[in-house]
Design a protein around this ligand. Structure first.
Ligand code: HSE
Length: 329
């Protein structure tokens, strides 16, 4: 059994709770908080009841319990931090993660801000306290890309990595091209379905994809980069006409992120791509090609956004920690 404190009860947090219930996973939630309320219960929180309260538009717990209370006072093995990303300061998630690491708790997060802005500090703090910091869900949703690069491709030199990193933009571009939705209609759908960030300008201006490139660069590609180092253009100015013109050439448009480590290049921009190209995936799928010296080229395709899909990455990290550190405790 592994005990977790869960911060964030939006699309990702609720996806985790539903998966724990549906699969009867050996995970007990002893602390839970959203931005308005929280619960601490060492005996295990009733997740079905919390989901029902939230589903009815209510708070997940009591207004007197804050996320900081949960971090500091709950009894847990792993802090699961799945609150919305803040790309300027990474707060309040950064403070929550630091607080848990100080208490010698493992951390699993889907929150890109702390990993993009403060990875070296958090990694060192985790190592000094003998715990793990895992963040698979920050990049490409359900695709285990961090694990694949760090473990499966260990020993390879990566010369280039490129592809579709934002499910919301891919969904919008697919719906505009195939179903003739306007940009506004497609974005509204992506928000409704829980794919977009809390602030959807992160998605459509290419910021979310750029953050993912920074995370990959700094954590598995041995680079030291910041968001400002990414050349970035979003999809906000793309018109249905531009998509139609691409279609006429048997092409389409995708928001492509690219890293060339040796040249220090990181960029995100809409590109015209032949429809038959492996990176032309539909809906919320992400697709990433990794060019390596030993393994050759590998392309990973999977859902890059969504409640259950992101929960899959978080749960994978949790069970990794369970198998190595918590089992039998
Ligand atoms: N808003 C993000 C996306 C969620 O659409 O890709 C996953 O990081």
């Amino acid at each position: 059994m592994i005990r977790i404190a869960l911060l964030g009860f939006g699309s990702v947090g609720r996806g985790i709770a539903r998966a724990i219930l549906a699969k009867n996973l050996e995970i007990t939630v002893t602390g839970l908080a959203d931005s308005r309320s929280g619960i601490i219960d060492a005996g295990g929180i009733d997740l079905a009841a919390a989901l029902a309260r939230k589903g009815n538009g209510g708070p997940c717990g009591s207004p007197g319990v804050s996320p900081a209370d949960v971090v500091a006072k709950a009894e847990y093995d792993v802090l699961v931090e799945v609150t919305p990303t803040n790309v300027e300061t990474a707060e309040p998630a950064l403070g929550h993660i630091r607080g848990a690491l100080r208490r010698h708790k493992h951390v699993v997060t889907s929150n890109k801000g702390p990993i993009a802005l403060a990875y070296p500090e958090l990694r060192d703090q985790a190592a000094a306290n003998g715990v793990l910091l895992k963040y698979e869900a920050t990049v490409c949703g359900a695709i285990p890309l961090i694990h694949a690069i760090r473990e499966g491709l260990a020993g390879n030199t990566i010369s280039r990595l490129y592809g579709v990193f934002n499910g919301t933009c891919n969904y919008i571009l697919t719906r505009m091209a195939e179903d003739s939705l306007t940009y506004e209609q497609a974005l509204a759908e992506a928000r409704e379905l829980g794919y977009a960030e809390a602030d959807p300008t992160y998605d459509v201006e290419g910021i979310d994809a750029a953050i993912k490139l920074v995370i990959l660069a700094n954590t598995v590609l041995d680079m030291q980069t910041a968001l400002d180092d990414v050349e970035r253009t979003g999809i906000t100015l793309l018109t249905p006409d531009a998509l139609r013109l691409a279609e006429d050439q048997d092409c389409t448009i995708r928001l492509i992120g690219e890293i060339v480590p040796e040249a220090g290049v990181l960029r995100v921009s809409p590109r015209i791509v032949a429809k038959a190209h492996p990176l032309v995936v539909e809906g919320t799928l992400n697709a990433v090609t990794v060019e390596t010296d030993l393994a050759g080229d590998l392309t990973f395709i999977g859902k890059g956004a969504g409640s259950t899909e992101t929960a899959s990455a978080v749960i994978g990290d949790l069970l990794y920690i369970h198998d190595r550190y918590v089992q039998g405790s």
